[in-house]
Design a protein around this ligand. Structure first.
Ligand SMILES: O=C([O-])CC(=O)C(=O)O
Ligand SMILES: [Mg+2]
Length: 387
């Protein structure tokens, strides 16, 4: 068996929203297809992947470097020992030939996108849901019930606190128990009023997380920490620059309640530095590394090894990104849950059709691969690329 083609198309996932750092008016994603010569159920097996929001499509890098390295490798060098399936670790090594260490920037997004498609193909060839394949590989039992929270609460033109409240109410109505909103894109007093409006709306029906998207310097981060201490916030996310570990460490002197970060760390080495130097607390904080932005699941497995070395449980991981790949990792390898954007970044985010959120959890259906084919609008885009 072999990979016969890798296709990429860059698609818009634009919307008029804004966080404390960027707007999404020109946001794109790379949709990738890894086409194999394997037939299952009378159809050619094609694995699909895409990058999550926040970084842009990576067509240039994929076409100039990573695609060709895989297609030019000896096909048998990409297979597992039994020769009956792809080995994602060997495909990853082929992609990363002639790449120096460090500099985990956009490259990690291109590789993560292809890696997602490779794992999708592997699980389809195994004729299993990816989460069951991962649990089997790691000799664990899968738990198809996964915690999910609703991310939104963006700034957008003309949005007042009434609209913000209605948005959060709609998430509770759809079964979520934790909702997230942006902070740091308005003056502190205005953000305090936004937070109070949301807390008033959700009452005891849900919990609120807040996300500063790396906007604050230490002084502002502390000012917000002092304000947030007045409320029972689910977590205080990405306070300062993602690589400023000293700032993150200092924050724990001012903020006892849970903090979260990691969506803009793109390698296990960066994750290790966060755990070494960031003062993160394994009994309460959350880690949000997103495989689709950070060299894929092959690298994420190394990150999970780093966590273990530092005494962290995988249950502290609730990845950024809202895609089904991380849902599979959560269900297969015991992460604490996954992000969800109920109203954004469609058709890429979300769950297979018919999967409902109940009491803040979804239950993964048994679909082959990552499960993209269970989501009609997404499957349509995917098949248009490769089938
Ligand atoms: O607004 C963004 O860039 C997305 C984000 O931080 C999140 O989902 O936590
Ligand atoms: Mg975030």
């Amino acid at each position: 068996m072999r990979i016969i083609d890798i296709r990429e198309v860059t698609r818009p996932i634009a919307s008029p929203i804004r966080n404390a750092y960027i707007d999404f008016s020109k946001m794109t994603t790379s949709l990738v297809a890894v086409v194999t010569d394997v037939i299952r159920d009378g159809r050619r097996v094609v694995g699909y992947g895409f990058n999550s929001n926040g970084r842009y499509g990576q067509g240039g890098l994929i076409r100039e470097r990573f695609r060709d390295r895989i297609l030019e490798a000896a096909p048998e060098s990409l297979l597992n020992d039994a020769g009956d399936n792809l080995d994602p670790h060997r495909v990853w090594a082929a992609m990363m030939g002639n790449e120096k260490p460090g500099g985990h920037g956009e490259r990690s997004v291109a590789v993560g996108t292809i890696d997602m498609a490779v794992w999708d193909a592997v699980a389809k060839i195994e004729e299993k849901p990816l989460f069951r394949h991962l649990a089997d590989l790691h000799r664990r039992s899968a738990d198809p019930r996964v915690f999910v929270y609703a991310a939104g609460g963006y700034y957008y033109p003309g949005k007042d606190n009434g609209a913000l409240r209605a948005e959060m109410r709609s998430y509770l109505d759809r079964g979520y128990t934790v909702v997230k909103m942006k902070i740091g894109g308005a003056p502190l007093d205005e953000d305090r009023a936004r937070i109070e409006a949301v807390l008033d709306e959700i009452g005891s029906e849900g919990r609120l997380a807040v996300d500063a998207n790396g906007r604050f310097d230490l002084e502002t981060g502390i000012a917000y920490a002092k304000m947030l201490r007045d409320y029972r916030i689910f977590w205080y996310e990405e306070i300062g620059d993602p690589l400023d570990y000293a700032l993150q460490a200092a924050m724990s002197e001012f903020y006892d309640a849970p903090m979260a970060t990691g969506e803009n760390l793109f390698s296990h080495q960066d994750a290790r530095n966060l755990l070494r130097y960031g003062g993160m607390r394994p009994d309460r904080d959350f880690l949000q590394f997103d495989c689709a932005l950070s060299y894929g699941l092959v690298e994420y497995l190394r990150t999970l090894d780093v966590l273990r070395q530092f005494g962290w449980s995988p249950t502290r991981c609730i990845p950024h990104g809202g895609h089904q790949m991380s849902l599979n990792i959560a269900a297969g390898l015991g992460l604490g849950g996954n992000e969800s954007y109920p109203d954004l970044f469609q058709p890429y985010g979300g769950f297979p059709d018919g999967v409902a959120v109940e009491d803040g959890h979804i239950t993964m259906p048994d679909l082959p691969g990552i499960g993209f084919e269970g989501k009609r609008d997404l499957a349509q885009e995917m098949r248009a690329l490769a089938e």
